[in-house]
Design a protein. Structure first.
Length: 183
């Protein structure tokens, strides 16, 4: 499993040579942030899924802070935050509002999301921010519940998938070792 993931992630040495990250070498270049094993991968997926619902462009910043605090794989967490993007953010926030409204019992008037087709990025972020403020407490609670649920499911899913992959690899190795030698 690690070999598959390592194909898509940058190596530690490449990042260490980056002039943009050199000022942050004591924190962002810590070896545990770049090491990939089942614990760091599961933690990174959990951090990325949790931070993916942070509003605006602060998702990756939140994921980076979470990775530094928890010492889990940084590139994988940053990549995971991309599940929420301009296409998926509105449905995710509508679902979060529905969850929050159900929990709080606040079934007031739902504010329709803004039309985003013709807006520049700055106007788009402003429109989304105003829309979120109009939704208030149900949205905030729903986002927190969804982020925690996504995070927990992602963590358990990665741990389970990695374990199943290991069992499969062990069985294949056992079959290879027990197979008769042919010359």
């Amino acid at each position: 499993m690690r070999k598959i993931l390592k194909r898509f992630l940058p190596c530690h040495e490449t990042v260490q040579q980056s002039r943009w990250l050199r000022p942050f070498s004591r924190t962002l270049l810590h070896p545990r942030l770049w090491h990939l094993n089942r614990h760091s991968a599961a933690g990174a997926i959990a951090v990325g899924l949790f931070c993916g619902l942070i509003p605006g462009p602060f998702q990756m910043l939140g994921a980076a802070i979470g990775c530094v605090a928890l010492r889990v794989n940084l590139p994988l967490a940053l990549l995971t935050t991309l599940y929420s993007n301009p296409i998926t953010i509105v449905p995710l926030y509508i679902a979060a509002y529905a969850i929050g409204a159900r929990i709080t019992g606040d079934h007031g008037n739902f504010v329709k999301p803004p039309e985003l087709a013709d807006l520049q990025i700055g106007a788009w972020m402003n429109a989304i921010g105003e829309w979120m403020l109009d939704l208030g407490q149900p949205l905030a609670l729903g986002l927190l519940v969804m982020a925690a649920a996504f995070s927990l499911l992602g963590y358990i899913g990665v741990k389970t998938a990695w374990r199943l992959w290991l069992i499969h690899a062990w069985r294949k190795r056992k079959e290879r070792r027990s197979a008769p030698l042919t010359t």
